[in-house]
Design a protein around this ligand. Sequence first.
Ligand SMILES: Nc1ncnc2c1ncn2[C@@H]1O[C@H](COP(=O)(O)OP(=O)(O)OP(=O)(O)O)[C@@H](O)[C@H]1O
Length: 823
Amino acid sequence: MIKIEKLDKYFNKGKSNENHVLKEVSLELGDRGLVCILGESGSGKTTLLNTIGGLDTFKSGTVKVDDVVLRKYEQNKIERLRNQKFGYIFQNYYLLQDYTVAYNVKLALNVFDLTEEQKDERVDYVLEALGMSRYKKKRISQLSGGQQQRVSIARALVKSPEIILADEPTGNLDEENTLKTMSILKSISKECLVILVSHEKAIAKFFADRIIEIKDGEIKRDYANDPSGGYQKIDDSDIYLKDMERQRVEEDFIDLSLYREKFHRDDPEGQPDGKLHINLAWKDGKLYIQTEDNVELVLTGEESGCVMRDASRPKLDQSQMEEISYHLPKLKAGRSMGLPVGQIWKLACENIRMLGKKHRFIVGILLATSVLLVLALADFMMQHDINKQEVVTQDSHYVTVQLEPANGDDSEVSKAVEKYCQETLTSDIKYNALQQGTLNLSYDGFRQLKQVNAKIDNFSAVDYSELKEEDLVCGRLPKNRKELVIDKWLLSTFQKSGSVVASLYNKEESLLGLKVITTISNLELEIVGVSDTGEPSVYVSPYVAFGMNYGDKKIMSDEELRQTYPEEYGDVKLKGNQILVDENQYQDYEHQKRWQSGEMITGQAEQKLGLDTCKIVGKCPLDSGAEYVIPKDKCEEIRMAYVVNAKQFQVYTDDVEGTIACFEKKGKDYKDYFKVRAQSNAQLQIEEYQKEQKESGLNAGYIVTIAVAVLSLIMIYFTIKSNAMARSEELTVYRLIGISPGSILKAYMLEMVMMTAYTCIPAILITSGVIKFITSIPSLEIYLLFPWWMAALLILAMFTVNIIVSILPVRKILHTPPAQLVQ
Ligand SMILES: Nc1ncnc2c1ncn2[C@@H]1O[C@H](COP(=O)(O)OP(=O)(O)OP(=O)(O)O)[C@@H](O)[C@H]1O
């Protein structure tokens, strides 16, 4: 039972166009029967129906449905009522046009705890009762208006509601279909309460059990109706003479009867104005009729579809009306108004399936934007993220210290430099001369390539004692000065050099055992291992590293000699100016007798090595690669002398920043003599590269990336938004049949998640795979960078954006009272 008390409803309350639509309406409605709310257009009929049916808000008053009292628009309560008690029928049907009849009807059962079979049974039953069984699998768009209205009645009936609210259900139907639909509603009203809004008085009079007349938002009359008066069809175009006024003119030669419609109290304007002027002439057996210009002449008969009958217009009575009978058990709505997960999944799948061409369009846009975004980001990353292998040629552990002399006395400066070096380059500091070397790698596997050399350059030479076993990818650590380990970094730069020889050494293992020759000191070294330290370095004996840029002298410390030849030279210890020379030199010494009392002026060695005289006390093996073996402390002296002379050196350190600060700080004590410039060359190379990139069009790339990203997002936004908006009718339908907003939102989100999953994920992964592949072919010279973490981030971003964009417009619709959606 429905009880309405003092219901007040405004539109645009407080605004200049305020409209007080319902004015303290009070009403009681029973459990059964057909109640018709009659009234002129704008009188407030629909508003009254909507507020009763929980489709609209109201200002004050109460609506009580059985024991549920509504005082305002309480969404949860109303949704429960909508599910449990109400069924809606609208003038515009509100059916899902692209779906089948059965799907539309079954949708209303989704919120109930029924098995699929039980749902199908109910759908079949109700369609059978309404004579729609054979259209079950047809799409709504293939049905006539009358048939669509039957489907909408079936959808309302299938959950056996207690109250059916019908707003002008016959508004779009012809008279025949109006009568059929109304007779169905009449039959239904024997089982439940049907509240009908109509402006067709005749229809109301013929079918309603009770008529409530409403005017300007107030109930004017409320009375029980007697439908026994019958119904006169208006679509019947025949002329019934007995229902018309007759005027007869009887003369000698003519008996003329003029019939005209009786004056209609409800429609005074329908009467023709003034007199009708007709001239009739009978001549040669023919009747000639002359009338005023604006009067149409119709000859009655079968051809014109209008027959003149000497009778009254027949009236239909209730017995001639179609009657349906239906008895469906009442349903109990589940505890929650939401759809179960399975149903949400089904709804989302079905939504996607029914998107049709739109689906292809959305998929196309999502694919295109994903590919575009990957390309734009890869380009951006390439410009932003430094490919260290292209840029850095120095080990990042090295700090380069340059002492820039101030103006002044050179010898003073030199003394100060020497002092500074002695103070800073203590025995715990690993330092070196500045490194610049080239390794020549020659390959003699094929005769044709015998003379072809490949160069490995742009590297730092690092003392092999810095290398640990775990740094090795293959091979072993160097054991002596004739062995070296090369970092795989250099292998890849070597590969990129495009040399024919390089292409033969494409695996780390392939380098093992190869001989490389240092270009400056022409020393032959064997690659015994490949490391992965992430540095552009080769790991060699400290004096090999030192010798690399030390002119053409190959020096070795006695310590190295002992390590390299433990058996033959294990106990050789040199002191003072004692040296060993290689076998060739030693023979010269023997043959030329240039030596006196075992002493010689070392010639070049004196100049280059800074030694005055040295005493040759023996020979070292030729395969040691050394020309001179000198005491270890002499080596250090030479090294120190060298860096003092060069006024620059490199320090190997794990704490680059600290070392820079330390050398600079100490340099402040010598600021009158020189300025200390300490820096990490590796860092400097990166900074210079970044600066260069910035200057050479990074901004342009940046703008292009942002433009593509923004364009892609706009494309996605408008596509998804317009899709959601275009489906507002679908949303309205879901709301009207009582699916909770939460479930609708979840289904829409799931739909978007699924579409994103099968478009964006493969598009992003495939494009990034293709980028990886094409950038690995150096000859293509395509420079793009798209790491996998970026792909994962982009996928995540696409999901987030798509979900947000798709649910925003839907959320708005879901929070609007349904009455505002169905207008
Ligand atoms: N959303 C709205 N915003 C503002 N005014 C509205 C709104 N809906 C209806 N109205 C106004 O409220 C009044 C009653 O409208 P309602 O639709 O209830 O009338 P009705 O009797 O059903 O008319 P009709 O038979 O033409 O549908 C009308 O003056 C109408 O213009």
